[in-house]
Every structure is written in structure tokens, then in C-alpha cells.
Design a binder for this molecule. Structure first.
Ligand code: SAM
Length: 228
């Protein structure tokens, strides 16, 4: 999978050198490049924003640097890549959406800042490639970088080969519709708290039944709408 990120803070994505995704990059499973939007400006101040037409608070990201940056990545014609624009006004990011992103060969992420990117950037690229506006949740971040990081991590771990044991992906929260059951490891007693005895019983049927019951109870309590 190839991932290109356009941002005014490319150094933010150095964290992708770490852990499983860092390993996936080293082995070539995932190729990530973070591009500095300011490299596509032509003035002394490397300006990427301007005041909004119609007035109002804040600044809007100018379309020209975005056009140059995205053309440098996808070419100047039609593209098979998927352009993802993080936005609190987008469709909610879910595990299902993570699966869809993981199936893409080439993802391009456009990290907005300030009041966001001039709408014509989305409108223009929607004539040349698939574009999706995706929201991390119903709150407002300062920029798209944190949202893109979350999407890359959630999708990246679903790319075959990134997580060593694919079975560990199956029983997770949001994979089967329910939240995951609680997990325990050694020691069997810690600060007067004991591991549920059924987990020490060696009875696989009883353990599976207990875990299922825990999933249902936790989902009912925390996220009842998932049971609908
Ligand atoms: N004025 C915009 C609005 O009300 O929809 C919010 C702009 S926000 C301060 C700046 C950038 O942060 C956005 O362009 C987007 O890239 C990113 N962002 C903020 N909240 C987000 C969220 N919940 N999900 C995804 N991206 C978000």
C-alpha cells in the first residue's frame, strides 16, 4: 500500500517510524511519504492561508498550493488513488471504513488546518479521482494530522502481514459488532483482585461462553446502540 500525506507539519508523522507500522514500512508492506504543503508555495513567507470570502473569523487554506501538491502526487489527469480529506463535516470513521481504506492501493491524505481547505480543492479533485471526507468524531481538532494518524493506524494494521498473528484481529471490538471482553494476564491475583476463575479452568467451552456474556454485558452497558 502506498500512502501520501500532505500537511504543513510533515514531522508530525515521524511517529510512523515506530512499532508495527514502522516495521511494515521497513519491510515495504506500507510506503508512507509526508509532503510539506509549504514546498508548493512561491512567496517569501510560504503562505498557505488567506482570509475567507464572505468574512468571518479564521483563515482558509488557499487552493493553489494544494493543487500543486496533489498534482505532484497523483499526476495531472485521472487517478485511481483515493483522496481522503479529514473533516468534522465528513462521514464518521468506523472499523468498516478502516477495512475499506486497508483495501486501497494508494491513499492520499490532505490535512487541513485553520478553518479548513478552500472547497474548490475537493470539488476539483472529485472530477479526477474518488474523494472522501472523513470525520474522526463529533468534536473539532486543530488540524487533520491527528485524524489522519488514527486512520492510518486503524487501516494499516488491517493490511495483510502488518499484524503478525491475524487471529488477533478477529475477536476485537467492532469486528463482530460487539465490544471486546476484558483481558487478564499473570499474576492470577494482584492487589487483592483475582482473575475470574473460569479463565484458569482450562475449559475452553466455558471460557468462550464467559467471554461472549462479557461482550454482551459490556456492549449493553456502554454502547447499547451497537446491539440494534
Ligand atoms: N471550520 C471547520 C468546521 O467547522 O468544520 C473546522 C476546522 S478544524 C479547526 C481544522 C482542520 O482540522 C479541518 O480542516 C480538518 O482537517 C481537521 N479536523 C478537525 N476536526 C476533525 C475531525 N473531527 N475529524 C477529522 N478532521 C478534523
Amino acid at each position: 500500500m502506498r500512502i501520501d500525506i500532505v500537511t504543513i507539519f510533515p514531522e508530525f508523522f515521524r511517529v510512523l517510524d515506530l512499532s508495527l507500522l514502522g516495521k511494515a514500512r521497513q519491510t515495504g508492506l506500507i510506503e508512507v511519504t509526508a509532503h510539506d504543503l509549504r514546498d508548493f508555495t512561491h512567496d517569501r513567507h510560504r503562505t498557505v492561508d488567506d482570509t475567507p470570502y464572505g468574512g468571518g473569523a479564521g483563515m482558509v487554506m488557499k487552493p493553489e498550493p494544494w493543487g500543486e501538491a496533489l498534482d505532484a502526487i497523483v499526476g495531472d489527469g485521472a487517478s485511481d488513488a483515493l483522496l481522503v480529506v479529514p473533516s468534522p463535516a465528513g462521514e464518521p470513521f468506523t472499523q468498516q471504513l478502516a477495512r475499506e481504506l486497508a483495501a486501497e492501493e494508494h491513499l492520499v491524505f490532505a490535512c487541513g488546518r485553520y478553518e479548513g481547505i478552500d472547497q474548490r480543492v475537493v470539488d476539483h479533485y472529485a472530477t479526477r479521482m474518488r474523494v472522501r471526507l472523513i470525520s474522526l468524531g463529533d468534536y473539532v481538532l486543530n488540524g487533520g494530522e491527528v485524524a489522519v494518524m488514527a486512520m492510518i493506524e486503524a487501516a494499516g494494521r488491517l493490511v495483510p502481514g502488518v499484524v503478525g498473528n491475524p487471529e488477533s484481529l478477529v475477536e476485537e471490538s467492532h469486528e463482530g459488532g460487539l465490544l471486546e471482553y476484558p483481558s487478564y494476564t499473570k499474576p492470577a491475583a494482584w492487589r487483592e483482585l483475582e482473575v475470574p476463575p473460569v479463565l484458569l479452568s482450562g475449559n475452553h467451552g466455558a471460557i468462550a461462553a464467559w467471554r461472549r456474556e462479557q461482550q454482551l454485558e459490556r456492549t449493553r452497558r456502554v454502547r447499547p446502540e451497537l446491539l440494534d
